[in-house]
Design a binder for this molecule. Structure first.
Ligand SMILES: NC(=O)c1ccc[n+]([C@@H]2O[C@H](COP(=O)([O-])OP(=O)(O)OC[C@H]3O[C@@H](n4cnc5c(N)ncnc54)[C@H](OP(=O)(O)O)[C@@H]3O)[C@@H](O)[C@H]2O)c1
Length: 282
């Protein structure tokens, strides 16, 4: 079987390829991105640009299964156009089974919501792929670790209210994606790749406090205060908008879902936020 990963040079794509390689089997692996030279052997690197559908049709030729990992592009409307192009290209190339990496809580949404791209991508996939599987990832525990490192000095972690998030390790998402790509019986399934528990802001602060051995509290701030703080830290407007969108979805419950899908697909236990933070903050 020939398995392709589009978005192969990114952190998640590299990790999926690494899990596929480790699991062995008589499969050929293809990594697609605009920098195919970064794809590690034994996978074959192919050039494919989400903004140039012709390049994707060529890159996806001969694949039996394809995982589309969206780019990290934040400009409104760009990622949905890219996902539509990737899914169209997979149809034109005759790929029998397409897997899409999407996001927890995806539902009908329009620009400028970050969720628009995933809604458009999922709908395009369901409409046009011969066989499809959707993998909805929860929020990366590693992204939260990076955020905590930036605010740890003040002993205060902030959020927009009563947030609940089932933080998941990026590597566990990759292991689950590899399991799904290699397995059978996943056509028409929507999986939720989550950590083992939904964590509140106060619980998150308490975990961090135990790890670093000093008091850390959780405070609720307003959207204006969040944006002012991020702006003061020198972050550009698109990042401010994305962070506001993400933090709002934390309190809306979009990421408040816990499943056993990581273990079901990967055969591995899903790591906790505490484990990821202990390693990251050590
Ligand atoms: N759930 C979460 O908590 C969370 C957190 C962070 C990120 N994410 C999302 O997860 C996805 C993967 O994240 P990541 O950490 O792997 O991102 P990353 O390291 O930034 O990788 C992005 C990948 O997209 C590819 N790419 C970008 N523009 C492209 C284009 N025009 N055509 C083809 N490929 C393109 C890049 O390859 P080339 O540049 O080589 O083309 C790279 O392989 C992204 O959608 C990101 O937004 C989710």
């Amino acid at each position: 079987m020939k398995i392709g990963i589009s978005g192969a040079s990114g952190q998640l794509g590299k990790s999926v390829l690494s899990h596929l390689t480790r699991r062995g089997g008589n499969h050929q692996l293809v990594g697609v991105s605009r920098s195919p030279q970064t794809v590690a052997a034994p996978a074959e690197g192919r050039f494919g640009d989400f903004d140039r559908i012709d390049s994707l049709v060529q890159a996806y030729a001969g694949l039996d299964r394809l995982l589309v990992i969206p780019s990290a592009e934040l400009a409104p409307g760009v990622r949905s156009a890219q996902l539509r192009a990737a899914i169209d290209a997979a149809s034109q190339a005759g790929v029998p089974h397409v897997f899409l990496m999407s996001v927890a809580g995806t539902h009908e949404a329009s620009v400028p919501s970050l969720g628009e791209a995933f809604w458009v991508g999922e709908q395009a996939l369901i409409r046009s792929a011969l066989q499809w599987t959707i993998l909805r990832m929860n929020y990366y525990a590693q992204s939260m670790a990076d955020e905590i490192k930036m605010s740890l000095g003040g002993g205060v972690l902030a959020g927009l209210g009563d947030e609940r998030v089932a933080y998941v390790s990026r590597d566990d998402i990759a292991a689950a994606a590899a399991g799904a790509l290699l397995g059978d019986g996943h056509s028409g399934a929507i999986y939720n790749l989550t950590g083992p528990a939904s964590i509140t802001g106060a619980e998150r602060a308490s975990i961090v406090s135990e790890i670093v051995g000093k008091p850390v509290s959780y405070v609720t701030i307003t959207v204006d205060q969040l944006r002012a703080g991020l702006s003061q830290a020198g972050l550009p407007a698109p990042v401010l908008d994305a962070m506001t969108d993400i933090k709002t979805s934390f309190v809306e419950g979009k990421f408040d879902i816990v499943t056993g899908d990581v273990a079901r697909l990967s055969g591995l236990r899903s790591k906790s936020l505490r484990e990821i933070l202990a390693a990251a903050l050590a």
